[in-house]
Every structure is written in C-alpha cells, then in structure tokens.
Design a protein around this ligand. Structure first.
Ligand code: ATP
Ligand code: LTN
Length: 336
C-alpha cells in the first residue's frame, strides 16, 4: 500500500483545450468539469492550446476572440487562477522550442499512424500542412515541459498521449532521466455526451447541424428547444438499455447534471412520457450552465483583468517550463 502523508508532494496535471470554436455540453461534462474538480487534489497546469488551433486555417480576429472567450468561460466554469496555473500556450515560448526539439525524436512513421491526422487531413484536404502532421510533437512538448504526472484526456487523445510517453521514454533512454513519463488520467465523473440528432456519434462543436449540440453559451430557451427535438425511440419508456441510444444519452446527461443514478432516473420517470423527461433534462442542463453564463458575461466586461490573469499564469508557467528547456538544451548540446 502506498503511504500517503499530507506532506507528500501533490502530483502534477497538465491539460489544454483548443480555442477552435464554441464549447459544447460535451466539452463541459467530458472535460472542463473534471478540470475544476482536479484543482483541489492536484497541482494543475491548464492552457488554451492556441498554437494547436492554427493547424487548421483560422481567421486572426476570430482566433484571438475565441481564445479570450475560452479563457473567460473556463474561469466562469470554476477554473481558479488562484488554485492552478492557467495561461495561453502562445504566451510561453518554451512550448514552440521544446516542440521543435521533440519533433527530431519523433518518427515519420509514428506520426503517420495518428488517426486525428488522418481524419483532419481528410476534412481539410486543401490544407494538409506540416503543423497538422507534427501536432503530436507540440502536444508532447506541452505535457513534458511541466513534468506532468497525469493528463486528463478523452478517448480521442489517448493515441497522442501514448506517443508522448514513447517520445519521453526515448529521450530519457538516450540522455538519462529528463522527463516524467505521464499517465492518462481517467475521471469517473466525466461523461461522454452524444449528438442529440445522431446518438451514435459524439456531440461535436464542428457538427454542421447546430441542433445536434448544446453550446455552453446557448440561451436557456434554446437549450430547452434543442432537447425537445432530440432523437429518441418509439418505446416511450425511460430506461437505460441496448438499442436506446437517444434515451441512454439523455439519461447520461441527466445523471451527470443531477448526480442521480440510472435506477433513480428510471424510478422518477416511470409511467411518464419522453416529453416530461426531455423537459427535465433541459432544466437540469440549464441549472448547470446558467450560473456559468452569468459569470462569463461579467468576466468578458473586463478584458484587462482577463489579460492580467493570463499574464500572471504565463509567468508562473514559464518558470516551470524554463527549468525543463534548460535541461533539454544542455543534454542535447544546444547553446543557450
Ligand atoms: P471537434 O468538434 O473540433 O472535434 P470537439 O468538440 O470534439 O471538437 P475537442 O476540442 O477536440 O472537442 O475536445 C476538447 C475536450 O473535450 C477533450 O478532452 C475531449 O475529449 C472532450 N470532449 C469533446 N467532445 C466531447 C463529448 N461529446 N463528450 C465528452 N467529452 C468530449
Ligand atoms: N489535442 C488536444 C488539446 C491539447 C492537449 C494538450 C490535451 C493540446 N495540448 C496537452 C492534453 C494535453 C485536443 O484537441 N483535445
């Protein structure tokens, strides 16, 4: 048994989200909410991954706006700059520096196997740039710079994390212990949220049909309307079962918002129709998102304050990052 004492150093967590659009309920229940919980247990370093975002073409004004909005939204959702280090990736130049070094320890063959690269190059066939290909080396740099022990990521990012571990082990093998080899961190409370229109697909902000997703900033009336038009089945019985993907998804969302188990939900809606259930799910989601939306609007009124928070976060992040980059440059034989 591990002997855990209160003086033991907290494990470090790193994670980032791309400011590539509006955050959905899936991003919230699957990622953001867990980040908030982790702050109390671990030493957390979080960033907006704006350098990653430019691997697909971005409108400069929009990118900047999305980045600030994401920063504000995460703070509104409970990311507390007093409890964690929170900044924009582009503010800490060590990310780009380490990414370059690590890209020379990452093989063409490894990068070619990344399913995200295959998916994204199919989706953006007019712009299959080198950055899209070397994206995982930048992600490895993000994580390894902070010597993170654990990385909370969704299933879609597991392959990138595995590559990060391989690169870290390879580098350590050549130069001696340099990087902590990070583990994936799976949170029990994270939910996988499916599309409201096609519950076999995950809810995704890049879905062309806006009725398929709930945005964190959707008005309460819009949220209610989208849930009312969610795809279900013809059985008219609220129970979790195979072949009932639509209802299963709504139950998953309701459970994530209320803390109720599937059994308790089945009891609550026994003998009731899907209309009642959909309204209840909508209300539960509004109850989660509305307070965040109010704080978000308030925060956005003071851009200077947000900038100052990010600057302070970047300063703390740089201190940690510099230690790693110094060590790496020294080991590789680069003049500083
Ligand atoms: P895109 O639509 O561009 O693929 P996305 O909405 O899937 O984007 P990402 O920016 O790739 O979201 O992911 C940010 C984080 O949110 C990741 O940790 C990811 O695992 C999580 N996430 C995204 N969608 C969902 C979902 N539907 N359910 C649970 N978690 C999700
Ligand atoms: N690739 C991730 C975002 C991301 C990230 C990271 C996640 C960039 N750097 C480091 C964890 C750790 C995504 O698209 N969800």
């Amino acid at each position: 048994m591990e002997n855990i004492t209160s003086t033991e150093k907290k494990k470090r967590i790193f994670s980032a989200i791309q400011p590539s659009g509006q955050m959905t309920l899936g991003n919230y229940l699957g990622a953001i909410r867990s980040w908030v919980e982790l702050q109390d247990k671990f030493e957390c370093v979080y960033a907006t991954a704006n350098l990653h975002a430019i691997t697909v073409r971005q409108d400069p004004k929009k990118l900047k706006e999305n980045t600030t909005n994401l920063f504000a939204l995460l703070i509104a959702a409970g990311i507390d700059p007093a409890k964690c280090i929170f900044f924009h990736q582009s503010q800490v130049h060590a990310h780009a520096e380490l990414s370059w070094v690590l890209s020379t320890y990452t093989q063409f063959g490894e990068l070619s196997r990344m399913t995200q690269f295959k998916d994204k190059s199919a989706k953006h066939s007019d712009n299959i740039n080198a950055g899209l290909f070397t994206y995982p080396a930048l992600m490895a740099a993000d994580i390894l710079l902070y010597q993170a022990d654990m990385v909370p990521v969704g299933a879609d990012q597991k392959q990138h994390l595995e590559l990060t571990r391989n690169v870290a082990e390879r580098f350590n093998g050549i130069y001696g212990n340099t990087f902590v080899v990070p583990e994936p961190y799976i949170t029990k409370t994270a939910a996988k949220v499916m599309s409201l229109l096609d519950p076999s697909k995950k809810m995704s902000k890049s879905d062309p049909n806006t009725k398929s997703f709930i945005l964190m900033v959707d008005e309460p009336a819009t949220i209610m309307k989208k849930f009312r038009s969610a795809v279900t089945d013809s059985e008219a019985s609220v129970r979790y079962a195979e072949g009932k993907d639509g209802i299963n998804n709504l139950m998953e969302i309701y459970s994530a918002c209320t803390g109720l188990t599937f059994e308790q939900i089945e009891d609550e809606f026994r003998g009731k129709g899907y209309g009642d259930f959909k309204n209840a799910v909508g209300e539960a989601v509004v109850a989660q998102l509305e307070p965040i939306q109010i704080r978000y609007k308030e925060l956005l009124k003071d851009k200077k304050y947000l900038e100052e928070l990010a600057r302070q976060g970047a300063e703390s992040a740089s201190k940690l990052a510099e230690r790693t980059i110094d060590k790496v440059y020294r080991k590789v034989g680069l003049v500083r």
